[in-house]
Design a protein around this ligand. Structure first.
Ligand code: PEP
Length: 252
């Protein structure tokens, strides 16, 4: 049985005080259940402070982005090693806000993913179609391209450190959640594509989170779908109560 993995993406929200308080409340309320994994991904400026709060707890820490180089003249960027040293186990890569807001391409995300895994981070690799792509029946084509190009050159062993997050762009921050049928169909397609690329063992083991307006009232339904192994949560991760209610929806 695959564990359920719930991660909170705090984006560019929280003050330092709010971030520490939120992390402490999540750590306090997260269930001591080996089948439930929980992570929070604060803004990079708060990573070390949140790492101190989470030390010794079951909640993991993630960054929201990284560069692919080890170091250099890249103003404003963070290397994978810096995230590790700040206390991160995870980094989110390929979030739609990076793909569509900052022009990150499949090729760039492949370099970032390779570098992050090489440095020892686990990667939450986001994929998902725009509304126009869904309406044009292009969802599977888009997912196929994002997976094939984004994960190119990775080994089956490296895939043990990759979590996929299917996040239909039209559902992110919009309150429009995918129906259970839409989510399950996309997740089954993604798992099938991973089977083609990396084989049955990797396909059975890989965790595929759903993201896009996950809230306490829809979490349990989504999290009970056979190919949904967790959630990547934006807005509802900014309040401990709502995030922990989503986590509770993953308890079986
Ligand atoms: C996200 O940012 O990954 C996300 C899914 O946001 P929200 O839950 O707010 O839709």
């Amino acid at each position: 049985m695959r564990p359920k993995f719930i991660a909170g993406n705090w984006k560019m929200y929280t003050t330092l005080a709010a971030a520490k308080e939120l992390a402490a409340a999540v750590a306090k309320g997260a269930p001591a259940d080996p089948n439930i994994r929980v992570a929070v991904c604060p803004p990079s400026a708060w990573l070390t402070a949140v790492a101190s709060v989470l030390k010794g707890t079951a909640v993991s820490l993630g960054g929201q982005n990284c560069h692919f180089e080890k170091e250099g003249a890249f103003t404003g960027e963070l290397s994978p090693a810096m995230l590790l040293e700040a206390g991160c186990q995870y980094v989110i890569l390929g979030h739609s806000e990076r793909r569509h807001g900052f022009g990150e391409t499949d090729a760039l995300l492949n370099k970032k993913t390779t570098a992050a895994l090489g440095a020892g981070l686990k990667v939450i690799f986001c994929i998902g179609e725009l509304l126009a792509e869904r309406e044009a029946n292009q969802t599977e084509t888009v997912l196929d391209r994002q997976l094939t190009a984004g994960l190119a050159g990775l080994t089956s062993e490296q895939m043990a450190n990759v979590v996929l997050a299917y996040e239909p762009v039209w559902a992110i921050g919009t309150g429009k959640v995918a129906t259970p049928e839409q989510a399950q169909a996309a997740h089954a397609f993604v798992r099938g594509k991973i089977r083609t690329l990396f084989g049955e063992k990797v396909a059975q083991a890989v965790l595929i989170q759903y993201g896009g307006s996950v809230k306490p009232d829809n979490a349990a339904t989504l999290l009970n779908l056979p190919d949904v192994d967790g959630a990547l949560v934006g807005g509802a991760s900014l309040k401990a109560d709502s995030f922990l209610a989503i986590v509770a929806g993953a308890v079986r």
